[in-house]
Design a protein around this ligand. Structure first.
Ligand code: DLL
Length: 433
């Protein structure tokens, strides 16, 4: 039977949910106008005042907020509360020079942890469970968010953080962990390490995993479910909006329910900014409804996906988002063709490879080149050049039909591509553009 953490909200009839959103949006816009001069100036520039916003139907009148705004206003310029009322910051790693910093009041932390508790409950967690939180702790939101959610559910929480893979497996065995929270690439690595240690799914009591923070394909889910002997649930979120738990999968595993009492989602055309009709694929835009310290109106995530308003078999009424195909800034444009790493991953996994690959892009004589390096699995490892050549050709064909592009494929030895404990780094773009 499906369990809910906050049933009255998670299964609220949509007309009531809409009324709740209308009421909260009016308040959130007023809060931003009164307390965030940066955003007020943007509204004034667009000729909008809080009086123009009576509910969700007026959302389109508001200006967008982008990553560039976050950079402009860094670090304190978008805060809706004085520092003295904030209790926490989190931040992205900023390795690409785009550090994002978000602030939280105690109330913000509380609501965020509720969202994570909903995700854990949807994956079957109860107070009887032992929950191993192997997302990174610290500035990254993964560890803190799932940790807080796990406490709220009442699980025995193991704040192990990421890394030290053999110790992770030891803890799972010694403490009988039943729920694992980490990135999907780290879950795959844990599975691989277990195999090397001679352990199979029956040697660990895990029953569910809550994996997110990066794009992962359906094929990768099947692989992880098999290796770890669990049901693998997707969870989505971003630092700007709190962290994990903006949306999460239920037992149906058919898209992630967005916590619509806290966030309104829109899909827009990334080029024109126009709101697209229900069911269209485009850029996901979020408006926070309840945030105090770091409210965001119409924030452009750059994540490309689709929304599904069909009722879900789990009984939750909140809209579902498809797995994001990747960020529009992860999207590679190769010889004019849009390529998402997740499409490449699908081809590799469909051909029996694991998700250990790297995509190398370069420009030679003014032409883009795409090379995919993929590890052979230990079972397929061979030094028979004819066999390697055959396998490479098979992948070249698969990639051509998926992407409409020719790519070079290089099979490499097992374990030669570096493993990730957090988000995997799969793209090396050497083009100087
Ligand atoms: O990754 C928050 C998080 C932590 C989510 C743990 C889930 C679990 P950021 O580091 O700010 O926050 O990165 C946010 O990661 O815009 C997406 O591009 C991507 N992302 C997050 N979850 C998923 C997912 C955390 N389930 C960015 N599928 C987002 C695909 C995801 N992409």
């Amino acid at each position: 039977m499906e369990r809910y953490y906050q049933p009255e909200i998670e299964t609220m009839p949509r007309d009531q949910l809409r009324a709740l959103q209308d009421e909260r949006l009016v308040k959130q816009v007023r809060h931003v106008w009164d307390n965030v001069p940066y955003y007020r100036a943007k509204m004034e520039e667009k000729g909008v005042t809080p009086d123009d916003i009576k509910g969700v139907a007026d959302l389109h009148k508001l200006p967008f907020v982008t990553k560039a705004d976050l950079r402009d206003a860094y670090p304190y310029g978008l805060m809706g509360k004085p520092k003295s009322e904030c209790v926490r910051i989190h931040s992205t790693s900023g390795t690409t020079g785009k550090r994002v910093m978000a602030f939280y009041t105690q109330h913000d932390v509380d609501l965020w942890e509720d969202c994570c508790a909903r995700a854990l409950t949807a994956a079957g967690a109860t107070k009887e469970d032992v929950c191993q939180v192997a997302y990174g702790y610290g500035l990254f939101t993964g560890g803190a968010g799932l940790h807080g959610g796990s406490h709220k559910v009442g699980c025995l929480t193991i704040p192990i953080s990421s890394g030290n893979t053999e110790r992770q497996i030891g803890f799972m065995q010694d403490l009988s962990s039943t729920i694992l929270c980490c990135t999907p690439s780290y879950a795959a690595y844990l599975g691989e390490t277990m195999k090397e240690m001679g352990l199979g799914p029956d040697d660990i009591p895990l029953k569910a995993g809550i994996f997110g923070a990066e794009a992962w394909s359906e094929e990768m889910r099947q692989d992880i479910q098999k290796t770890l002997g669990i049901k693998a649930y997707d969870i989505y979120g971003l630092t700007e909006l709190s962290g994990p738990g903006v949306s999460f999968e239920c037992s149906a595993q058919q898209g992630m329910h967005i916590n619509e009492d806290h966030f309104i989602a829109e899909i827009i055309d990334p080029d024109t900014g126009e709101v697209l009709p229900d069911g269209s694929k485009g850029e996901l835009v979020f408006t926070s409804l309840t945030k105090e310290a770091f409210p965001l109106l119409r924030y452009r995530t750059r994540d490309i996906c689709q929304l599904n308003y069909e009722p879900c078999s789990c009984g939750r009424t909140h809209v579902r988002m498809a797995k994001p195909m990747g960020r529009s800034d992860d999207m590679l444009i190769i010889r004019g063709v849009n390529v998402f790493p997740s499409q490449i991953e699908t081809v590799l996994l469909n051909n029996g490879y694991a998700a250990n690959y790297q995509i190398i892009v370069d420009r030679v004589n003014h032409t883009d080149t795409l090379e995919v390096r993929v590890e052979m699995t230990p079972e397929m490892f061979t030094d028979n050049l004819g066999e390697i050549d055959k396998r490479q050709k098979q992948l070249v064909d698969g990639l051509r039909s998926m992407l409409g592009l020719s790519a070079k494929v290089k099979l490499v030895a097992p374990k030669s591509i570096v493993r990730s404990e957090g988000k995997a780094v799969r793209i090396i773009d050497n083009r100087k553009i």
